[in-house]
Unconditional design. Structure first.
Length: 296
């Protein structure tokens, strides 16, 4: 196959998820889990308040620890809703189109909330490390150091807004650690796979020695891989439609003409058009596992 979707855990066709972990449970189960975590976080919050109003100094010290753990769980609730359950719909007017390119600017939602989560958990780990006994203190110090590395990693990249730029000649994308471009004809493979932070991306593999492959920015922790990741969740489009569009432009040169008309390709928003206009030999691979959002 010229492209492949890594097989989901369920054979039943479902909407293409933003993160790999979403495939473990049905969408309804994630709503239930979000509620359960919220109840647990509320229980910890009440417990922290109860300890804080006590006269015992030891109780007040542990109130801070319980409050820190509560904060760690509240940020998980926010993550579950914003990164898993919330699916905004982009307006076509927000996509910039000209006679030379189509640019889909990305959102900082995933990068921002991932950073916020790391910061909250870092603060919580530091508070717990100070409060617990020496045996556990070492463990939580190690956790805090690891979280500090994650925070620094995300701080270095959050200023680079994710985006995808499509032209008649090739594709360019800004992802977590790199901004790169390659010509359509120098693409060796296109895969839907897991990347940094568990998010699912369209990974473009570049042909060995491709002259059109250019890197515009490198994260200091990155290494050259001859791949380009299009971070699908950040684009706020149906990832399935984006994958099918990328595959079409890669394998059918005549389809690239719609990227130079000055209009946003309707296939990025219209599921019926996207599915109906993609040749069966190209679309079957994706549609066997996933269905467009909004379809039952």
């Amino acid at each position: 196959m010229p492209s492949s979707a890594e097989a989901p855990l369920s054979r039943r066709a479902r909407t293409m998820p933003s993160a790999a972990v979403e495939m473990l449970l049905p969408r309804a189960a994630w709503w239930i889990m979000c509620g359960i975590v919220a109840v647990f976080a509320a229980f910890l919050t009440v417990g922290a308040v109860d300890l804080a109003v006590g006269a015992d100094a030891e109780a007040r010290r542990w109130a801070l620890v319980v409050a820190a753990v509560a904060g760690m769980f509240w940020i998980v609730v926010a993550d579950l809703f914003i990164l898993v359950l919330y699916r905004p719909r982009r307006d076509p007017v927000s996509v910039r189109a000209s006679t030379t390119e189509v640019e889909v600017p990305g959102s900082r939602r995933f990068a921002g909330w991932t950073l916020a989560t790391a910061v909250v958990w870092l603060v919580g780990a530091c508070i717990i490390a100070v409060a617990v006994d020496a045996a556990w203190r070492v463990f939580w110090i190690i956790v805090a150091v690891l979280l500090l590395a994650v925070v620094i990693d995300h701080l270095l990249s959050i200023g680079h807004v994710r985006r995808a730029v499509l032209t008649r000649n090739g594709v360019r994308a800004t992802s977590f650690r790199i901004d790169a471009e390659v010509a359509w004809d120098d693409i060796a493979a296109l895969r839907w796979t897991q990347a940094t932070g568990g998010l699912m991306v369209a990974r473009i593999e570049v042909k060995s020695g491709a002259a059109s492959y250019v890197e515009h920015w490198r994260h200091p922790f990155a290494r050259r891989r001859d791949t380009i990741d299009v971070e699908l969740p950040a684009l706020d489009l149906d990832p399935l439609l984006v994958m099918m569009a990328l595959q079409l432009y890669w394998l059918m040169p005549t389809a690239r003409a719609e990227l130079a008309t000055g209009r946003v390709p309707a296939r990025l928003f219209d599921a019926d058009l996207a599915v109906g206009s993609v040749p069966a030999q190209l679309g079957t691979d994706w549609l066997a596992s996933f269905r467009p959002r909004g379809q039952r």
